[in-house]
Ligand binder design. Structure first.
Ligand code: IPD
Ligand code: CA
Ligand code: CA
Length: 284
């Protein structure tokens, strides 16, 4: 048994069981707060929102994780100053940790605030910089997406498999409209203008982590976005890899925790999607 496998069960609680428990508990609580949050604050820009529910969800997850694994490191969105520079620095500060939990307590806060039922809790565990557990939970649909490195990815207990489309023309692709309107949004809009006419259709539903989970489940053929953070992507990247798909940066380099400009797909579309973004000058 490897060092990492040996350490993955502590006091009979596996890393994955803790991740699932955290996501389920936080998700259930978030659901009770839909249409019922008390405070809405602006973070980096008027497009970047946070509520007490985001903060409470992260607190709950953090304390559960650290109760089980007190020596592990923890990177959660709400523990980091707003804005791209602070996010990059926060990851750099903990990236070398042996065990690092990477958490987005609500991915899709704008949707949560407006009562648009498309948001999730995203929890990943990295071992020496490599994601080994990824859990995305959508409390509105009660859908739990779970992946363990080398053991596949599952939703509703059923193994996931990416879709089979071979070209952009027959594909359903998603992207996002980032909160950073200085750099990431204009870059992504260039991509939207280039990709929308080439695909069957485009979806922009407001949760990067859930879009990634949908690529893993074969519900979307691909996804890209400029200017994301480690907590948006870490869990979804493992879900896709374990479902037979491919995740890279917009230059085609393999996914790692520092990737901010992401392209994810069933694998068959990866080169065409990256090529189309590059041609449009939209790779960031
Ligand atoms: C956002 C969502 C959104 C994406 C933004 C993210 P948040 O995360 O994933 O879909 O377009 O770039 O910041 O702020 O809701 O956690
Ligand atoms: Ca997010
Ligand atoms: Ca968030």
């Amino acid at each position: 048994m490897s060092e990492q496998q040996n350490a993955s069960v502590v006091g009979s609680k596996s890393f994955t069981a803790v991740a699932i428990n955290c996501a389920a508990k936080a998700g259930e609580w978030i659901k009770t707060k839909l249409g019922n949050y008390a405070s809405l604050d602006i973070k980096y820009s008027s497009h970047d929102l946070v509520t007490e529910v985001d903060k409470g969800s992260e607190k709950l997850i953090r304390s559960l994780v650290l109760t089980h694994f007190p020596t592990h490191s923890f990177l959660g969105e709400e523990g980091v100053e707003p804005g791209p520079e602070a996010s990059v620095q926060a990851l750099a500060d903990v990236r070398e940790a042996e065990y690092l939990w990477i958490v987005d307590p609500i991915d899709g806060t704008t949707n949560f605030v407006h009562g648009f039922p498309f948001f999730c809790v995203s929890i990943a565990l990295a071992y020496k910089g490599e994601v080994i557990v990824g859990v995305v939970y959508d409390p509105m649909k009660d859908e739990l997406f779970v992946a363990e490195k080398g053991k596949g990815a599952y939703v509703h207990g059923k193994r996931m498999q990416v879709s089979g489309e071979e070209t952009l023309r027959g594909s359903l692709v998603a992207t996002g409209f980032p909160a950073d309107h200085h750099y990431a949004l204009p870059m992504n809009l260039k991509g939207v203008a280039a990709i929308a006419p080439q695909v069957r259709n485009l979806r922009v539903a407001g949760s990067a982590a859930l879009h990634m989970a949908y690529v893993a489940a074969g519900r979307l053929s691909g996804f890209w976005e400029i200017g994301l953070n480690s907590w948006d992507l870490a869990a979804g990247a493992l879900l896709i890899a374990e479902s037979g798909g491919v995740v890279t940066d917009t230059s085609g380099e393999p996914y790692h925790l520092g990737v901010r400009n992401v392209v994810a797909s069933n694998g068959k579309l990866q080169d065409e999607l990256i090529g189309a973004l590059a041609k449009a000058g939209a790779i960031g």
